[in-house]
Ligand binder design. Structure first.
Ligand code: ADP
Ligand code: MG
Length: 249
């Protein structure tokens, strides 16, 4: 796996099922994502969006199906999950920063622990990422001193510091005050424009319309419909998509 993936499609999900006990959450998801593509996943609460993302980096173990990232079969019994996950960054609704580490060390720690990068190098990379997301001036602060929008941008910088070639975002702006959403979306737009492959679960329909190459509508653990943003968001073919959009738009 390299920083800029040459394997296409970069992500292949085939027949993905996930159950928790008797509860069937994902009921056969098939999706392929090209290198550099931005796919927005929308759908009602409980439809399985988070579970889908969590399966892609194996935070959840799929019940059945295959997931291939960069030509690497993640669902293989013998897959080296740590190696694979290194190339997949994830950003959560709750930023999950370490409260006892300052911003710079929050971003540097994964390189130190996982990649065994020397401290000075890790901090240099961390500083570059913090500059990219516009919070370099907060490097010495602890997370609690930052706004939610700043904390989320630190979380993005932390993921980017590992040089992922796939980024997963699970409702990254849902926990933010409305006036802070824009800064985070701007960082995500820039990342998309830089060619990052992204899977984004979001309720931000404006972002989906402007930035996504493809919008996927999920309901009840299946993909109900997918297509170009203009088609899915403005001219959906399924009744379930129409109902959902009526409620959120
Ligand atoms: P969404 O992100 O679309 O709101 P989720 O993927 O979070 O949906 O959840 C889909 C369903 O799976 C929900 O019914 C949820 O309660 C259930 N679920 C998610 N994670 C777990 C878990 N770890 N254990 C049991 N049930 C879960
Ligand atoms: Mg969710």
């Amino acid at each position: 796996m390299s920083e800029q993936s040459t394997v296409d499609p970069q992500v292949q999900i085939r027949g993905l099922h996930k159950s928790f006990g008797k509860l069937k959450v994902l009921k056969g998801i098939d999706i392929s994502i090209r290198s550099g593509e931005v796919v927005c996943v929308i759908g009602p609460s409980g439809s399985g969006k988070s579970t889908l993302l969590r399966c892609v980096n194996l935070l959840e173990q799929p019940t059945a199906g295959e997931i291939v990232v960069d030509g690497y079969l993640l669902t293989d019994r013998d897959a080296d999950l740590n190696l694979a996950r290194r190339h997949i960054g994830m950003v959560f609704q709750q930023f999950n920063l370490f409260p006892h580490l300052n911003v710079l060390d929050n971003v540097a720690v994964a390189q130190r622990k996982v990649l065994k990068t020397p401290k000075a190098t890790a901090r240099k990379v961390a500083m570059e990422q913090l500059e990219k997301v516009g919070v370099a001036e907060k490097a010495k602060e602890f997370p609690a001193r930052l706004s939610g929008g700043q904390q989320q941008r630190v979380a993005i910088a932390r993921a980017l510091s590992m040089e992922p070639d796939l980024m997963l975002f699970d409702e990254p702006t849902s926990a933010l005050d409305p006036e802070l959403v824009g800064d985070v979306l701007t960082v995500m737009r820039e990342l998309a424009a830089d060619g990052m492959t992204m899977m984004v679960v979001t309720h931000e329909m404006g972002f989906a319309r402007d930035v996504a190459d493809r919008v996927v509508f999920m309901d009840g653990g299946v993909i109900v419909e997918e297509g170009q943003p203009a088609d899915v968001l403005e001219n959906p073919s399924a009744e379930r998509t129409r109902e959902f959009l009526k409620r959120v738009l």
